[in-house]
Write a protein that binds this ligand. Structure first.
Ligand code: PLP
Length: 478
């Protein structure tokens, strides 16, 4: 393809992009295809002769689009959002065009220097400790892994990176039973192993019990193990629970254990002073992650990972073979030493576009709405017959259950709620996911999509009630 053709297609595509975003509500939120539907339309082998972009683009619309779940649909209330926004998409177009690989300062100074600045902007917007130094990782999972690696470096005084875990007593990671699975996965990757991850019990509100944490640490010390890392949840994935950071922090400090806070989803809400004011204990925190790609209108992938002392991580990861020796700005970080992969995308650009385009005020207004609408929805659910709020809102996440009076057994209620969820998602009007609370199936409702309005939330709630009523009628007929 020559550059003139590229220009022509880029214009066509940008028109399509605007049309798509303007009309995204016409699609079912969750893709309605069956397994294999897409694969069966893709030839088994690569074409020998190149094809025209018209043909490729037509296939994209015809064959690929039906197999897309529309994450930018305003009725996407499932998982946590991976929200995007027009300024973010525009920046991604530029990033894709530059296609710079930003592993070293020298391989694109603007990437390193903008990343450093954006980390500071966000640190200050979230009112994080002034000593925190940030980097942009590809995912919350990678940030959690980096936190564990940094913790191992500290707990073993550098031994693990050089001699391996087998050279000493086992290291142990502590996280609540509600913590994201990437914490245990990170412990596996780091060589710590699932059996050395303690799932600390939670209280009635799904928050880590500090006393249980202290007990677990004491037991491990008595058994000759090395407590290496405590992971506290700021907005756990299942139900959004927020661990008592202050109490956990005091334990971490007294025991001299690296304290990491996983705020992958909820961290973005800290740009609201009223949310930030409710959090005590950041002075004890050694590292913190939040994903602007979840709730700050920035395209996946973009995860901000902060450390009080980056040398813990950098000492664990630095490698400088001669082919990577490069000219470097004096006090410039070489971010390749801050993450698992060597190669790095220019992720700071989209963040810069988003933060400037919305401004702090615009971002706060959107997130404040999401939290308010979640409260308003909770009020509706409390007042509805045959429904109950399973967990109170944690910021913009609540969970509920359908509890028709005719059904009393827990197992049957689980079945009915799973069926309700299946029908809602098959209908394509909105998209929800489930989790378990005290062993029972509950349906999660997360508000965080860029284009969501209260009307979408209200329409969604009415639709849930309609589908539930239909299930009720089927039951009576049986
Ligand atoms: C989503 C999530 C993660 C994982 O983030 P990825 O960027 O998808 O790897 C980690 N922790 C929590 C609390 C999350 O909600």
């Amino acid at each position: 393809m020559n550059i003139d053709d590229f220009r022509t297609h880029a214009h066509v595509f940008s028109d399509w992009m605007a049309d798509y975003l303007a009309g995204v509500e016409q699609y079912p939120v969750r893709s309605q295809v069956k397994p294999g539907d897409i694969r069966s339309q893709i030839p088994q082998h690569c074409p020998e002769q190149g094809e025209s972009m018209e043909a490729i683009f037509a296939d994209f619309q015809e064959k690929i689009l039906p197999g897309i779940t529309h994450w930018q649909h305003p009725s996407f209330f499932a998982y946590f959002n991976a929200n995007s926004s027009p300024p973010s998409v525009l920046a991604e177009m530029l990033t894709a065009t530059l296609a710079a690989q930003c592993m070293l300062w020298e391989t694109s100074p603007a990437s390193t220097e903008l990343e450093e600045r954006m980390s500071v902007w966000l640190r200050d917007l979230l009112d994080l400790p002034a000593e925190f130094i940030g980097s942009i990782q590809d995912s919350g999972s990678a940030s959690n892994l980096c936190a564990i690696l940094a913790a191992c470096e500290k707990a073993s005084a550098g031994r693990v990176a050089q001699k391996g875990l087998a050279s000493g007593p086992p290291l142990v990671v502590y996280a609540s039973a509600e913590a994201h699975s990437s914490v245990e996965k990170g412990a596996r990757i780091a060589g710590i192993g699932s059996e050395n991850v303690r799932a600390i019990p939670v209280d009635d509100n799904y928050r880590m019990k500090p006393t249980a944490l202290a007990t677990a640490i004491a037991e491990d010390r008595a058994a000759g193990k090395i407590p290496a890392c405590i992971v506290a949840c700021y907005g756990a994935t299942g139900l959004g629970s927020i661990d008592p950071l202050d109490a956990i922090g005091k334990i971490a400090q007294a025991e001299d254990i690296h304290l990491h806070v996983d705020g992958a989803w909820a961290g973005s809400a800290l740009i609201l002073p009223e949310v930030r004011a409710a959090v005590r204990g950041f002075e004890y925190v050694d590292s913190f992650v939040f994903n602007p790609h979840k709730w700050l209108f920035t395209n996946f992938d973009c995860s901000l990972f902060y450390m009080r002392d980056p040398s813990r991580l950098v000492n664990a990861l630095t490698m400088t073979p001669s082919y990577l020796e490069s000219q470097s700005g004096e006090d410039m970080p070489e971010y390749r030493d801050w993450s698992v992969a060597l190669g790095r995308r220019f992720r700071a650009l989209k963040l810069w576009f988003v933060l400037r385009s919305y401004g702090a005020k615009g971002l706060r207004a959107k997130i404040r709405n999401h939290i308010q609408w979640t409260e308003d929805l909770a009020e509706r659910i409390r007042g509805a017959e045959n429904f109950e709020l399973a967990t109170e809102p944690n910021l913009a996440l609540l969970s509920f259950r359908y509890v028709p009076a005719s059904v009393t057994s827990d197992a049957e209620l689980d079945q009915i709620n799973a069926e309700l969820l299946r029908r809602i998602n098959d209908g394509g009007k909105l998209y929800l996911t489930k989790t378990r609370a005290k062993g029972r199936i509950v349906i999660r409702f997360v508000i965080g999509q860029t284009y969501t309005t209260w009307q979408h939330v209200e329409d969604g709630w009415h639709h849930i009630q309609e589908v539930a009523q239909m299930i009720g009628r089927l039951e009576i007929r049986d």
